[in-house]
Design a protein. Sequence first.
Length: 289
Amino acid sequence: MCGVVNLFGGIEAVGGLDTKIRVAIDNGFEQILVPKVCAANYDKRLKLQIEVIEVRTFYEALMHTLVDGLLILKALAEIEEKLKVATGEVAKFTKNLKPVTSTNLSDYSSVFTDAKKVKGVGIDWTATIASVEKLKDLLSTRLSRAAGTSPGLSVAQLDQILTTMQSLKSLDMDFTKFSKAFDGSSKSLQSLGASFVNYKNHVKKAQASVGAGGTGGGSGSGPGSSSSDQTTMIVSISVGAVVLLIILGIVIGIYLYLHHVHKLEQPVSKEDDKKPCSIAKSKDEMRTK
């Protein structure tokens, strides 16, 4: 910004604007603010590669330049502190985890309830990364025009920062996104537990029906063990049948393969050699007729 700020917040004229605009262009800036009182057609006076914005007051200049920049700088400055808070919250959560010995799945919902309380990192990574990339482009342009080195951040350092920020973005540490899923964890576990109970009852009924269909009495074990033995026998027979079919398939496949190879290796007889010739000869005789 070029101009002098008076006591009332206004911006007064300043000399040498053409030179100051050229310096801003040479240093890679995209915008420059000038006092409104110095209004002039800079496009005709200069071959501009920069946007000239005319402002009346310091507060107007602040709205043009510093608001977005300050928000970005604030977000960058808060990254380290927010990461410390997030890692501390995760460590606290894992430390306070206690084993659950209940057989009811719904009793495990406390894990998700505690996870909902963990504070994450609520940063707009997309906007912040875009701002750093823009800063990198400006720095590259400035260095190329000035043909020198910058005493501050280098392009390589900004590349390292961007790589770190991309990694943090991929972690998706804004845990508030998962709060709704955590809220429904208790009901989901209850439904899952009920499904397991129903499946267990169904298996018991099936085993009881198999036991009731067998021969009764006997001085051996009770109905529970007999149904279990029958189930084991059925499984053994099924597995044996499958294994037998696999073995038969392998034997038949080997036989067919060897038969095919043997057939290909047999020499052609002389009579077979003569057959095509006799056929061809008969065809020629029919044509002559």
